[in-house]
Ligand binder design. Structure first.
Ligand code: BES
Ligand code: MN
Ligand code: ZN
Length: 501
């Protein structure tokens, strides 16, 4: 097991009673706001009246209110754990939305700061959400820290989730798989561009794919040139580290399974190219392969969960650099499939590599196509740092947005107005890669991509420029840096297609 490449999750155990041998463990217990604004332990079958009473007395003494995500650490002598961490859920509810549990678990896990053994009753509300929140909240990335700054403690290595549900084992296993996929995407995003360039990215994608039993195909620079991938080749021209196109296929083996194509933007670093970006914040463009990372993690997850749907991820990878070999503003390239493009701005490179990949993906005749990319700064202007924009064919777009909201990634539907296409007219080629105006930048990029989606394919485009990378403070189960968004949205869509067609 531990020979699998990439992120290794903590060991997760399901128990239906509180184990008596967890002396060094922290017990995470959800609390709600009771009648007189005092924290009240959410009733659960694992703690008896004595333990519950002891926790509530201690919480009262500390003035805990049980308000949303409030954390209070208390000592409870009658329990076989080192301490109890109470996490607030706010007012009591009849139903607990999964993301409320996931966030509470994440906030608690972040506060544990290196604790190795954790046990929780949060899982009685939702096993998978508790597992996901705890693993993702405990996630950290220390690969590039020497002993000088590396964390001293091992961090979360053993997690026991308490549950009386019949399907607790299955739900816990799914939670581990989902969290592992998200953490894998985060690892890829957090790996700096010095160490993650197209060749290395393709190598890691291949190793992940092989370990999940996927079919893997990798095209190098020469093969891309010969096959006419003008977008990927054009964007990659400025870099000494050549481009790649990776294809990972999961076959469910089920007759009549729907076919889903995933496409993700894999710019391992975006300087802007000759249309170079300002120095301030350019380092954040290490996240410009966040779409690719999520797509790779999602197809691997679909295989691990053996979903009844066939999935192929098509992942273009390039480094956008300025140099004497780089493409120039005004150059014309030919996308895979023959459309000619006037490259007016080399910083609008994502759509160039995506268009090639979308055309290639459509050759497989998929029923559905989801592409995702850190595509436009305009996504951040329109929707902020945490809300992905989703565009595409009307029905599928709305379905993807709904499912994304259900899993707490919160994508919001956006239109693709016909008239924006006029702004992409070129005087020399079929299309220009940017419009002359600043309006609706996120939608213009979507309108550009729509030109390459085959007729009859249900399509959704997720712009995650902000959501893929957290430049702000940690919140919920999301730390700084790579977030893994929109892995859980795409997985939810695959599950939904497997179940409902
Ligand atoms: N990778 C950027 C978009 C981006 C911006 C991602 C901020 C994450 C945070 C993309 O390649 C880009 O440079 N887009 C340009 C497009 C413009 C030239 C039409 C942009 O948004 O400025
Ligand atoms: Mn760019
Ligand atoms: Zn970019």
């Amino acid at each position: 097991m531990s020979s699998a490449p990439g992120y290794q999750s903590p060991a997760v155990t399901v128990a239906s009673v509180l184990p008596s041998d967890l002396d060094s463990a922290v017990l995470i217990v959800p609390v709600i706001t009771g009648d007189n604004d005092e924290a009240k332990v959410l009733a659960n079958p694992f703690l008896d009246a004595e333990a519950t009473g002891e926790i509530e007395v201690a919480l009262k003494a500390l003035g805990a209110k049980g308000s949303t995500e409030q954390l209070t650490r208390v000592l409870v002598p009658s329990l076989p754990v080192a301490s109890v961490l109470a996490v607030g859920l706010g007012k009591d509810r009849d139903e607990w939305p999964a993301d409320v549990i996931r966030r509470a678990a994440g906030v608690a896990a972040r506060a544990l700061n290196g604790t190795e053994t954790v046990v929780t009753t949060l899982s009685e509300l939702d096993v998978a959400a508790a597992v996901e929140g705890l693993i993702l909240g405990a996630y950290r990335f220390s690969e590039f820290r020497s002993a000088k700054t590396a964390p001293k403690e091992a961090g979360l290595t053993a997690l026991t989730v308490l549950s009386t549900a019949d399907d607790a084992e299955t739900a816990a296993a799914r939670g581990v798989d989902v969290a592992t996929a998200v953490a894998t995407a985060r690892d890829l995003v957090n790996t700096p561009p010095s160490h993650l360039f197209p060749g290395e990215f393709a190598k890691r994608a291949k190793a992940l794919g092989k370990s999940a039993g996927l079919e893997v195909e990798v095209l190098g620079k020469k093969e891309l040139e010969d096959a006419g991938y003008g977008g990927v080749v054009g964007v990659g021209k400025g870099s000494s580290r050549g481009p790649r196109l990776v294809r990972l296929t999961y076959r469910s083996g089920k007759k009549d399974a729907k076919k889903v194509a995933l496409v993700g933007k894999g710019i391992t670093f975006d300087t802007g190219g000759i249309s170079i970006k300002p120095a301030a914040n350019m380092h954040q463009m290490t996240s410009d392969m966040g779409g690719a990372a999520a797509v790779i993690a999602t197809v691997v997850l679909a295989a691990r969960q053996q979903l009844a749907v066939d999935v192929t991820a098509t992942v273009p990878m390039a480094e956008n650099m300025p140099s004497s070999t780089a493409q120039r503003p005004g150059d014309v390239l030919t996308q895979y499939g023959g459309t000619t493009i006037e490259v007016l701005n080399t910083d609008a490179e994502g759509r160039l590599i995506l268009a090639d990949a979308i055309v290639r993906a459509c050759e497989d005749n998929p029923d559905y196509l989801i592409d995702t990319a850190t595509l436009t700064g305009a996504q951040l202007v329109a929707l902020g740092a945490r809300t992905p924009g989703v565009m595409g064919t009307d029905e599928f777009r709305d379905r993807v947005a709904k499912l994304s909201q259900d899993v707490g990634e919160n994508a919001w539907p956006m239109p693709l107005p016909e008239e924006l296409k006029d702004d992409l007219k070129s005087t020399v080629a079929d299309l220009a890669n940017v419009s002359g105006v600043r309006n609706a930048g996120m939608l213009v990029a979507g309108v550009y991509l729509r030109e390459f989606v085959a007729d009859g394919v249900q399509w959704a485009h997720l712009d995650v420029a902000g959501p893929a990378y957290n430049t702000g403070s940690p919140w919920g189960y999301t730390g700084k840096g790579g977030t893994g968004v929109p892995t859980r949205t795409m997985f939810a869509v695959l599950q939904d297609i497997a179940a409902n067609g």
